[in-house]
Design a protein around this ligand. Structure first.
Ligand SMILES: [Zn+2]
Length: 265
């Protein structure tokens, strides 16, 4: 295995505890949070290099951008920018890779003991359900990349995110760097300890994957994605999309046979 995609987020990084001050791009400590996230990503890149990986593509997965560009590891390349490229442009690039990992991940919306828990939009979304099952960003990333043939083999982040990943992918290696106590508070490992743990954990993940390969995450279609919002006005807007079906005041539904066309709706 020579080529790995590294998906990043900011809310599951050790030391990043406040949605308002650190994770939002308007937050007064946002730039510092980006540096913390970048250092965890770099620890992951070091661990991948330790394990013999040669081509590392980092994808900045935090909405407004969550990495500090000039500090990113020299061995990695960065895919960034919003709105994202069309799938027809982006997917052939990703499909060339062998596996994917997630760094700095948080748990899905509604997990009360998870620090900064949310799914996609932290102000609007109550939940996402795929074929009746509650999902968060880990399942979205895993299923999207799974459809391109990339197994999700490692995740670092908040403790509830690690449990969520293990429920989805039995043999995934996870590294917990922060234990949420509530949406607003957590116990973080030190920055240095977090980075050491990530470097060792991801190396182990690659070695485990060599010995006992993890299959790409693939669910049986066809797919129904139910998306519930907190407010009816937001739902009004979302329900105007041509292929959206309104379920109730706060909920819409999409149906598709292809996972990549529905999972990020
Ligand atoms: Zn996120």
């Amino acid at each position: 295995m020579k080529r790995v995609v590294v998906g990043t987020d900011i809310e599951g990084v050790a030391g990043v505890v406040s949605m308002e001050d650190q994770s939002r791009n308007t937050g007064r400590y946002h730039d510092h949070a980006k540096r913390l996230a970048t250092a965890e990503v770099n620890a992951a890149v070091d661990g991948l290099l330790d394990a013999g990986v040669e081509d590392i593509l980092v994808i900045d997965g935090h909405g407004p951008g969550g990495l500090w560009f000039e500090d990113i590891h020299e061995a990695a390349q960065l895919l960034h920018g919003r709105p994202g490229a069309p799938r027809s442009v982006r997917d052939p690039i990703l499909a060339e890779y062998d596996a994917c990992v997630m760094i700095g991940q948080h748990a899905m919306a509604g997990i009360a003991t998870s620090n900064q828990n949310h799914t996609q939009n932290s102000r609007e979304i109550d939940y996402y359900k795929l074929n009746g099952q509650l999902i968060g960003e880990i399942a979205q990333f895993g299923l999207y990349n799974g459809d391109l043939g990339l197994p999700l083999i490692f995740l670092s982040g908040e403790e509830a995110a690690c449990r969520e990943a293990e429920d989805l992918i039995p043999n995934i290696v996870t590294t917990c760097v922060k234990k949420g106590l509530s949406r607003g508070s957590a116990i973080s490992l030190s920055a240095q300890a977090s980075r050491k743990k990530i470097r060792a954990g991801i190396k182990q993940a690659v070695e485990n994957h060599h010995a006992n390969p993890i299959p790409p995450l693939v669910w049986e279609g066809p797919f129904t994605l139910e998306k519930r919002f907190h407010f009816t006005d937001v739902t009004d807007g979302a329900a105007n999309q041509l292929d959206a079906e309104r379920v109730d005041g706060q909920t819409i539904r999409f149906q598709h046979t292809e996972i990549r066309k529905i999972i990020y709706r």
